[in-house]
Ligand binder design. Structure first.
Ligand SMILES: NC(=O)c1ccc[n+]([C@@H]2O[C@H](COP(=O)([O-])OP(=O)(O)OC[C@H]3O[C@@H](n4cnc5c(N)ncnc54)[C@H](O)[C@@H]3O)[C@@H](O)[C@H]2O)c1
Length: 315
């Protein structure tokens, strides 16, 4: 197949591109490298074209959509705090960028569009597990922008019969996730701190829970979305379906890293939700999705990746 992956130099987009190339697909990556890295695409074999550009560039989108069978739209302003600092930029990139891409896809006759939505849509609603039928409760411009994207995908399915799906990712982790950015996610940050022999910092008492999902499962869900005949704009949770406390997560990581890793607890962050866990029944029924890799195995893979990276950097 001929695919376009926006945000394809990022953590999730590059993992999707990698899997598509391994299947023999033709892949165009569009990325502005604002948070993505060329190194994420190093060593990839196959029919890959990398286009440095912006999802707000309509002329470029028109060119890149031509002749493509499907689009994976991963490019976004990904950080919640960044979206609070710059809500207009978040709206431009995440909402305007998504509408522009849908419109370019429609005009080019692209039949399928898979969107990286987010569990941020659930906000701090205490109900567990999180089901797609729950009323969204966005707490940030980022969450609003992702919900808007979901609605646009549904509208494009209804108006034009485009096969669209919004995959609401929970906390994704794994190789190539950036530990260095100002808004880095928890797991790569914990791993790099533990491997450096330092004490990980946990916000609050550490008894908050999260549904962490290994990147391989997210890629698997995207590949299933490519085949889903019933795609009509549905929103689908993509997660492990189980949750783990941050204290247990850090203890597991410390064990894998072979360090004591006694954490330092610092003040809880305002606005952090206490518990999160997904109901993955829709993903199971609609996509035939089952997590392929457990959190425990995914953590081992992740530590191995960062350890190898550190060894390469040292040699
Ligand atoms: N990582 C998670 O846990 C998680 C959870 C929920 C949703 N998501 C969503 O998944 C997608 C991928 O996230 P990620 O974790 O891989 O983050 P990432 O930062 O590694 O990837 C995002 C990519 O988009 C690119 N990009 C940003 N703005 C762009 C623009 N204007 N034009 C072109 N490219 C642009 C970046 O350079 C980067 O390569 C995002 O849409 C994010 O909101 C991620």
């Amino acid at each position: 197949m001929r695919l376009l992956v926006t945000g394809g130099a990022g953590f999730i987009g590059s993992s999707i591109a990698r899997a598509l190339l391994a299947r023999g697909d033709s892949v165009v990556v569009l990325d502005d490298f604002s948070t993505g890295h060329e190194s994420n695409l190093e060593g990839l074999d196959g029919d890959l074209t990398v286009e440095r550009g912006d999802v707000r560039d309509d002329a470029l989108l028109a060119k890149l959509c031509r002749g493509r069978d499907a689009i994976f739209h991963e490019a976004a302003m990904v950080s919640v705090p960044a979206s609070v600092e710059a809500p207009r930029d978040c709206d431009e990139i995440n909402v305007r960028g998504t509408v522009g891409l849908l419109e370019a896809a429609r005009q080019a006759g692209v039949g399928r569009f898979v969107f990286a939505a987010s569990a941020a849509a659930y906000g701090d609603d205490p109900e567990l597990p999180k089901r797609e039928t729950m009323r969204p409760s966005p707490l940030s411009p980022y969450a609003v922008s992702k919900i808007a994207g979901e609605h646009y995908l549904k509208v494009y399915a209804e108006l034009y019969g485009m096969k669209t799906l919004s995959l609401r990712y929970f906390n994704v982790f794994g190789p190539r996730q950036d530990p260095a950015s100002a808004y880095a996610a928890a797991i790569p940050k914990f791993v790099s701190v533990l491997l450096a022999g330092e004490a990980p910092r946990i916000f609050g008492d550490g008894e908050q829970t999260r549904d962490f999902c290994y990147i391989g499962n997210v890629v698997h869900a995207n590949l299933l979305a490519l085949e889903c005949e019933e795609a009509r704009g549905q929103v689908v949770n993509i997660a492990d379906g189980e949750s783990i406390t941050i204290n247990d997560l850090v203890a597991k990581l410390a064990e894998i890293c072979g360090v004591s890793g006694t954490p330092e607890h610092v003040a809880a962050r305002a606005g952090d939700v206490k518990h999160s866990r997904a109901d993955i029944a829709v993903a199971q029924e609609l996509l035939g999705y089952e997590p392929q890799t457990s959190v425990a195995d995914g953590l081992v893979e992740t530590v191995r990746y960062f350890r190898d990276l550190a060894a390469d950097a040292a040699s």
